[in-house]
Design a binder for this molecule. Structure first.
Ligand code: OAK
Length: 810
C-alpha cells in the first residue's frame, strides 16, 4: 500500500475533494469530507485487493469461504485506516486542515448485518483472516435494512428501521459480471436415461438474479486485501415481463430486504428459508465458477476450496454443492459425496434448543424442491449405511429427516468433515450431551475452536489512551503480536505503570460519562465503579440477576444511606428480539428501576443505572474501554462462548462470572484471584435437570432477602411495571425460574461484595486489572483463525507461498 506523509496526504485529499465535489475544504460538509477520505482510501487499497486475488490465483492456493447469514463489522473508516497504516498520518493531516477525524467517523453508519455474537465473530474473523495473510473470503447477504435501531419510549423498547444504505456505502463494489441466477420454488421432476443417469426438469417457480457486492477486508499492515462478498437480489432482465405488479416485485425484493432480528430464536418463516437458500446457492455457484476457471479436474476441488458453515443457516451448502456436482458437472453421487464432506466444515454456536434449526418438509419442498430431493437421498443413504452397524434408535435420532422435519445441524454434521464448538466447555457439552449421538458416530470430526476477538479494534481503535500506556511500558510489539501483552506482568508492582493505567481508565470513564449525560440526561460519577453488562437481552444471559442485585443494594441503601459501599454505575446495553416479549419486559423493568433509583436523592448518588439505547459495535467501542467490571453471568452451560467477556478483560475490566462458555478459559488465564467466580456449575445444572429437585418457590418462601427483592416487582415499589413485573415474578415463582436466577442469587451477591471490597484497595484492584489485560492476548482471533486454517480448512498464509517461491511482495 502506498505510504504517504502528511503533506502528500493533505494535497491528495484536497485534490480529491475538488475532483469529487468541486469544493474547498472550508466549504465541505462532514459527509462530503467523509466520502472524499473514503474514496481516497478505496482507490489506495484497490491495487492491493486486485494483487491479493491474483497472487492466490497464481499460487493456486486453497481458499476458504466463510458462509454466514450475519456479519457485524461496525464502522470501517478507522479500522481500515489503521490496517492500511494511515491512521496517524490522516488524523494529523486532517487536523491541520481543521478537520477532526472522529467527526468524519460519526458520519459512517454502523454496518449491522447481524444480531450479536455470531455476526460479530464472523467480522472479527474477516479482519484476522486478512491480517494473518490467510486466503479466506466471507459470503453472506447484503440486507437492505440492518438490525433495527432501538429507541426507548416510555421506557419500552421500540424498533425503527435501519436504513444504512440510504446514503450509499463507500466500501462496497458491485460486481455485475459475477452475478448468478438462483432458482426458487416450483416443481422438479427427474428423468432417467438408459444408463440410469438422472436429469432434473424444472417447472414453474422463479429465477432471481444474485448480484454480489464485494467489500475489501484490509489486513493489518500486510498489503493483503481479502473479500467479503454479500449478495443482493434483483429481477433478471429477461424476467422483467413476469414482474409487472408491485406485489410480484416485492416478493423478489424482500429476499434481501431485512435481517431477521432473532438471536437464537428461529423465525421459522418461508422468507428466512428462501434467504438461506439464496445466499448459499449464489455463493456455491460462484465458487464453482471460479474453480472451473482454474481448469483443474473436479475431483481435486477439495484441494482448492474449503467451505465453512457458520451455524446451521448455511447448512444447505452441503446439498447445493452436491446438486451442482451431480446435476451440472455429471459427477457420480459417491464421488460428489466424498468431495462434499472434504470441502465442508461446520461450527455450532449455541446449545439453546430453540435455535437448533428445523424446517418442515412441505416448506423446504416448496422453497427449494431439488435441494429437498437431495437431502432426502442423503438421509436415505445415511440410514442404509448405518443399518446393521448402529442401533436402530441411534439411527433414528441422528438421521436428517425426522417427524416431517429436516434437521439442519444433522445435515451439516453428516455432510462435513469437522464440527466444532466455540469454547472448551461448549465443545465438551456438544460431545457429551447436545450432539452426543453424533460424537458416537464420528468422534474424529469433533473439535474445539475457542472464539477470539480482533484485538486491534478493541485496543488500538477503541482505547487509544490504554494503548499509549502499553506502548510506553512494554513497547509496541503487542500491536502485532497480542501475546506480548504478557510483558505487562513485569510491571504489576510498578506504581507508575499502575497509575498510568488508572489514568487511562479515568479518561475513558469521563468520556463515557459525558456520552451518558448527553444521551440519557443522567449524571454519573467517573470515580464510581462502572459495572457493565452488554449483550443481547436473553433470559439465559440473566440481566435479571444483575437487576435483582441492584434492587437489593437499593433497598439496603434506603434503610441505611451510609452503607459503606463504593458508588456504582450499572451500565446496560442490549437489544431484545422484537417478538421476544419476556426480554422486552426485562428492558422495561430495568428502565423503570433506573428512573426510580437515579431520581432518588436519599441514596446520595451511590447507585446509578444507565441503559444505553441502541447497543451496537460503535457503542461497544465506547463502553468497553470505560468498564471496571464485566458481567458474564449466564446460567452455566448456556452461553456457548461469549466474546464481550474477552473484549472487557482486554480493556482491564475485572470479570464477575459463572463458569460458563469462555469464562472458564478466562479464569484459567488470569487465575482465581483475578476474577470473581460464582454460581452453579454446568454439572450442577444438569443434575438439577435430572433430579428435578429445583423449587424456586421454596427459595422465595424461605429466604427473606430474596422475597423482599422479588416482591418489589409486584408491590408498587417500582412504578409503571404492573404487567411486566407480574410477568417476571411469575416466571420466577409460578414457572419455576427456568434459568436458576434465585438459586444463584446469594452466591452472586457474595461475589459482588468481593468486587466492592477489592475496589476499595485501589492498588490491588489495579494489579488485578493489569493481570487481566496482560493475559488477554491468547483470545486474539488471529490465533483462532490460524487454528481453523491449520486444523479444519488446511489453508496456508499467502506469505508462506511467496517466501518459498521467492515472489516479491507487492
Ligand atoms: C445466533 C443465532 C443462532 C445460533 C447462534 C447464535 C449466536 O449468536 N450465538 C452466539 O455465538 C457467539 C459466537 O460464537 C458466542 O460467543 C455466543 O455465546 C453465542 O450465544
Amino acid at each position: 500500500m502506498k505510504k504517504m506523509n502528511k503533506k502528500e496526504f493533505k494535497q491528495c485529499f484536497s485534490r480529491r475533494l475538488a475532483e469529487k465535489f468541486a469544493m474547498e475544504v472550508s466549504d465541505a460538509s462532514p459527509s462530503e469530507l467523509y466520502q472524499t477520505l473514503g474514496s481516497l482510501m478505496t482507490s489506495a487499497y484497490s491495487q492491493d485487493w486486485r494483487q491479493t486475488w491474483q497472487d492466490y490465483r497464481d499460487a493456486e492456493q486453497k481458499q476458504s469461504y466463510y458462509f454466514s447469514i450475519e456479519f457485524l463489522p461496525g464502522k470501517m473508516l478507522k479500522s481500515n485506516l489503521l490496517n492500511m497504516g494511515w491512521l496517524e498520518t490522516v488524523e494529523a493531516g486532517l487536523l491541520e486542515l481543521g478537520i477532526q477525524l472522529d467527526d468524519l467517523a460519526e458520519i459512517e453508519p454502523d454496518m449491522a448485518l447481524g444480531n450479536g455474537g455470531l455476526g460479530r465473530l464472523a467480522s472479527c474473523f474477516m479482519d484476522s483472516i486478512a491480517s494473518t495473510g490467510l486466503p479466506g473470503n466471507g459470503n453472506g447477504i447484503r440486507y437492505e435494512y440492518g438490525l433495527f435501531k432501538q429507541r426507548f419510549v416510555d421506557n419500552y423498547q421500540v424498533e425503527l428501521p435501519d436504513e444504512w444504505l440510504q446514503k450509499g456505502n463507500l466500501w462496497e463494489v458491485r460486481k455485475e459480471s459475477k452475478a448468478v441466477n438462483v432458482r426458487l420454488g416450483g416443481n422438479v421432476y427427474l428423468s432417467s436415461d438408459e444408463m440410469g443417469n438422472l436429469t432434473p426438469h424444472y417447472q414453474d417457480g422463479m429465477v432471481v438474479r444474485a448480484v454480489p457486492y464485494d467489500t475489501g477486508m484490509v489486513g493489518y499492515q500486510n498489503n493483503i486485501v481479502n473479500t467479503m462478498r454479500l449478495w443482493s437480489v434483483e429481477i433478471p432482465a429477461e424476467e422483467e415481463g413476469n414482474y409487472r405488479s408491485v406485489e410480484a416485485r416485492r416478493t423478489v425484493e424482500d429476499l434481501t430486504s431485512v435481517l431477521y432480528p432473532d438471536d437464537s430464536n428461529e423465525a421459522g418463516r418461508r422468507l428466512r428459508l428462501s434467504q438461506e437458500y439464496f445466499f448459499v446457492s449464489a455463493g456455491v455457484q460462484s465458487i464453482l465458477r471460479y474453480y472451473k476457471e482454474l481448469k483443474q479436474p473436479i475431483d481435486k476441488i477439495s484441494q482448492y476450496v474449503a467451505i465453512h458453515i457458520n451455524d446451521t443457516h448455511p447448512a444447505m451448502c452441503v446439498a447445493e454443492f452436491m446438486r451442482l456436482l451431480i446435476d451440472e458437472e455429471n459427477v457420480s453421487w459417491e464421488r460428489a459425496w466424498n468431495l462434499t464432506q472434504k470441502v465442508m466444515s461446520y461450527t455450532n454456536h449455541t446449545i439453546m434448543a430453540e435455535a437448533l434449526e428445523k424446517w418442515s418438509i412441505p416448506m423446504m419442498k416448496s422453497v427449494c424442491p431439488r435441494i429437498y430431493q437431495i437431502i432426502e437421498e442423503i438421509d436415505r443413504r445415511f440410514v442404509a449405511e448405518m443399518t446393521g452397524v448402529q442401533s436402530f434408535d441411534l439411527i433414528q435420532r441422528t438421521r436428517i429427516i425426522q417427524n416431517d422435519q429436516v434437521h439442519m445441524a444433522h445435515l451439516a454434521i453428516i455432510g462435513s468433515h469437522s464440527t466444532n464448538g466455540v469454547a472448551k466447555l461448549h465443545s465438551d457439552l456438544l460431545k457429551s450431551v447436545v450432539l452426543h449421538d453424533f460424537y458416537e458416530l464420528y468422534p474424529a470430526r469433533f473439535n474445539n475452536k475457542t472464539n477470539g476477538i480482533a484485538m486491534r479494534r478493541w485496543t488500538q481503535l477503541a482505547n487509544p489512551s490504554m494503548s499509549k500506556v502499553l506502548d510506553e511500558t512494554i513497547g509496541k510489539t503487542w500491536r502485532k503480536t497480542p501475546g506480548d501483552l504478557r510483558l505487562l506482568l513485569n510491571y504489576e508492582n510498578d506504581d507508575q505503570v499502575l497509575n498510568n493505567l488508572a489514568a487511562a481508565k479515568l479518561t475513558n470513564k469521563k468520556r463515557l460519562a459525558a456520552y451518558i449525560q448527553e444521551n440519557c440526561g443522567v449524571e454519573v460519577n467517573p470515580h464510581a465503579i462502572f459495572d457493565v453488562q452488554i449483550k443481547r437481552l436473553h433470559a439465559y444471559k440473566r440481566q435479571l440477576l444483575n437487576l435483582l442485585h441492584i434492587i437489593k443494594l437499593y433497598l439496603e441503601l434506603k434503610e441505611n444511606p451510609d452503607l459503606p459501599i463504593e458508588p456504582r454505575v450499572f451500565i446496560f446495553g442490549a437489544k431484545a428480539a422484537p417478538s421476544y416479549h419476556y426480554a422486552k419486559s426485562i428492558i422495561k423493568v430495568i428502565n423503570e428501576t433506573a428512573s426510580l433509583i437515579n431520581n432518588d436523592d436519599s441514596i446520595h448518588n451511590k447507585l446509578k443505572i444507565v441503559f444505553l439505547e441502541n447497543y451496537n459495535v460503535s457503542l461497544a467501542e465506547r463502553i468497553i474501554p470505560a468498564a471496571d467490571v464485566s458481567e458474564q453471568i449466564s446460567l452455566a452451560s448456556k452461553e456457548a462462548s461469549g466474546t464481550s467477556n474477552m473484549k472487557l478483560m482486554l480493556n482491564g475490566a475485572v470479570t464477575i462470572a459463572t463458569l460458563d462458555g469462555a469464562n472458564v478459559e478466562i479464569r484459567d488465564a488470569v487465575g482465581d484471584d483475578n476474577i470473581a467466580i460464582f454460581g452453579l456449575t454446568e454439572e450442577e445444572v444438569y443434575q438439577y435437570y435430572e433430579n428435578k429437585t429445583y423449587h424456586a418457590a421454596a427459595i422465595y418462601e424461605q429466604d427473606n432477602v430474596v422475597r423482599r427483592v422479588i416482591d418489589t416487582l409486584i408491590d408498587g415499589t417500582i412504578p409503571n411495571i404492573h404487567s411486566e413485573g407480574q410477568e417476571i415474578f411469575d416466571s420466577l415463582i409460578k414457572y419455576n425460574d427456568e434459568y436458576f436466577v434465585l438459586r444463584d442469587f446469594e452466591a452472586y451477591c457474595i461475589a459482588q461484595m468481593s468486587i466492592d471490597k477489592a475496589y476499595k484497595y485501589q492498588r490491588r484492584w489495579l494489579q488485578i486489572s493489569l493481570r487481566n489485560i496482560a493475559n488477554a492476548g491468547r483470545f486474539s482471533s488471529d490465533h483462532t483463525v490460524q487454528r481453523y486454517a491449520e486444523d479444519i480448512w488446511q489453508i496456508e498464509p499467502v506469505f508462506a507461498h511467496k517466501d518459498d517461491r521467492g515472489v516479491t511482495k507487492h
